[in-house]
Design a protein around this ligand. Structure first.
Ligand code: TYD
Length: 214
């Protein structure tokens, strides 16, 4: 029997985590023998009312430091709803959940916006801790290059600026130290795609919740 597992992929914009979360779903099906209906691939901000409102702000505002409190409240409400309506029911059904962005994004982005980091950590104290959180680490200049050259993106959003992403990258790396009890692993997202997937595969192989047991 396999136990349910909660996996989070996080990192700065342009780090490739959304691509990697889709590829990981394929990997779990082809290499780990999971069926499609045993996996929930999901993302934050969600398409719910709070997530949609956050996205509107991201697309209409250009100053990365504005609307910090408002965005914090939207992301938190979105996350609570997401956990209650999608993530927890899926885990209860024994699924593997892959979540593209989670509390780490709030702790990082809203602290870079100017809110106190410890307060942001404390706000998440009652929420589920992932079994494994992968942080896609990449130089902010390469991330911006990827964003500006991506055919699927229409323009840049509020936080997609070199200076902001540089601070966000530093903050993601700091979180590994600030949350020592959590299972956080850093992925070198500057490598070619096949090398990125190799790193993920190795980590999944080490996770006894993913590998079939018993
Ligand atoms: P992103 O993953 O870029 O969504 P998409 O690729 O669909 O546009 O997320 C949108 C932005 O929201 C991104 O710049 C990070 C930011 N964000 C926060 O600031 N705090 C949060 O809690 C979350 C979930 C995202």
């Amino acid at each position: 029997m396999r136990k349910p597992a909660f996996l989070v992929f996080d990192g700065i914009d342009g780090s490739g985590k959304s691509w990697a979360s889709r590829e990981t779903k394929n990997l779990l099906m082809h290499d780990f023998g999971l069926k499609e209906n045993e996996i929930l691939l999901t993302a934050e901000p969600t398409k719910g009312q709070f997530g949609q409102k956050a996205r509107q702000i991201l697309q209409s505002q250009t100053d990365p430091s504005s609307n910090a409190e408002e965005l914090l409240n939207l992301y938190l409400s979105d996350r609570k709803e997401h956990l209650e309506k999608e993530i927890l029911p899926a885990l209860k059904q024994g699924k593997v959940v892959i979540c593209d962005r989670y509390k780490y994004s709030t702790i990082v982005y809203q602290s870079v916006q100017g809110l106190p980091i410890q307060h942001l950590i404390d706000l998440h104290s009652g929420m589920n801790v992932p079994d494994l959180a992968l942080f896609f680490d990449l130089d902010e200049n390469i991330a911006m290059y990827r964003i500006n050259n991506s055919a699927s993106r229409k323009g840049t959003e509020k936080f997609e600026k070199n200076e902001f992403l540089k601070k966000a990258r530093e903050s993601f790396l700091l979180l590994e130290t600030l949350l020592p009890q959590e299972n956080i692993k850093i992925i070198d997202a500057s490598l070619p795609k096949n090398k990125v997937l190799e790193q993920i595969k190795k980590l999944l192989n080490k996770n006894d919740k993913i590998v079939m047991v018993g």
